[in-house]
Design a protein around this ligand. Structure first.
Ligand SMILES: N[C@@H](CCC(=O)N[C@@H](CS)C(=O)NCC(=O)O)C(=O)O
Length: 168
């Protein structure tokens, strides 16, 4: 990822990078949107403007709010040797992540998926993120609607195959 060839595609030197013929795209959620629109218009990419906006909203929330809040907990517990872990950061991140997941829980009260009754691109980033949250050896608050949504995702073959992998 730090080669000149890779950096010519993605100057950030991070993954993922999509090459679709000569077209190059980086930023994971932009890639999800592009692939959904290209291959799944009317399904993963909802045609209805408001349904699509709901999907967009939770994709943006995942990348701008959820992940920055959850990162310290995940990074410390999964990617950091025990003796180097920042306990204060772990506790703060754990508390705050539990707190903000209540927003998703309230949203899912009357919805099967984040954008309504159908699975859409909006479920993909948070669907990946919630697997990480649910896989950590931590205490979690009871969030009945998030749990039901997670159980629904776990019943999907593609989720089981692609997302439900060991986190470390
Ligand atoms: N905002 C970027 C973040 C990309 C990013 O942080 N990628 C991580 C993996 S999730 C990475 O490449 N880390 C360096 C590494 O894995 O070596 C996106 O969503 O695509």
């Amino acid at each position: 990822m730090n080669t000149p060839q890779y950096r010519a595609l993605n100057p950030n030197g991070l993954v993922p990078t999509l090459e679709d013929g000569p077209f190059v795209l980086w930023e994971s959620n932009a890639i999800v949107r592009y692939l959904s629109a290209k291959h799944s218009a009317g399904k993963l990419w909802p045609n209805d403007l408001k349904v699509r906006a709901e999907a967009d909203r939770w994709m943006d929330w995942q990348i701008s709010t959820f992940w920055p809040t959850f990162r310290d907990l995940f990074w410390n517990l999964v990617r950091t040797p025990v003796e180097q872990r920042d306990q204060k950061a772990i506790e703060e991140s754990h508390l705050k992540t539990a707190e903000i997941l209540a927003y998703l829980d309230a949203h899912l009260k009357n919805r099967v998926y984040v954008a309504g009754g159908e699975f859409s691109m909006g479920d993909i980033p948070m669907g990946c993120a919630i697997w990480r949250w649910m896989s950590l050896p931590i205490e979690r608050p009871v969030l009945a609607n998030v749990q039901r949504w997670f159980d629904t995702l776990r019943g999907r073959a593609a989720y089981e195959k692609v997302v439900m992998l060991p986190i470390s």
